[in-house]
Design a protein around this ligand. Structure first.
Ligand SMILES: [Ca+2]
Length: 98
């Protein structure tokens, strides 16, 4: 899907896009309001058997938090942090099996 490619950038579906150097990921047309402030901030994507839940909680158009859920129930959660020179570095905040 086109929307999947907006999130996943140039990586193919066989490559897991998350990692410290994954870079900024645009989040278009969110469909859910996770923090209850009345502003849509989250949507889901799926590709290659993985479901991604991506949230843009500071409303700058880029995902701040992504959880990837694999077909076997394994999951990883990642949070975007901005470094001193402005680059985005992702930190894994949780992982395990559902
Ligand atoms: Ca954001």
């Amino acid at each position: 899907m086109h929307d999947d490619m907006l999130l996943l950038g140039t990586l193919g579906p066989a490559q897991h896009p998350m990692g410290p150097d994954a870079g900024e990921m645009e989040l278009h047309a969110p469909t859910a309001d996770l923090d209850g402030d009345g502003i849509l901030d989250t949507r889901t994507y799926s590709t290659g058997g993985t479901l991604y839940v991506a949230s843009d909680l500071d409303e700058d158009g880029f995902a701040d938090h992504i959880t990837a859920i694999e077909g076997d129930g394994g999951y990883e959660s990642w949070h975007a942090n901005r470094g001193a020179d402005g680059e985005v570095l992702w930190a894994r905040t949780d992982h395990g099996s559902l």
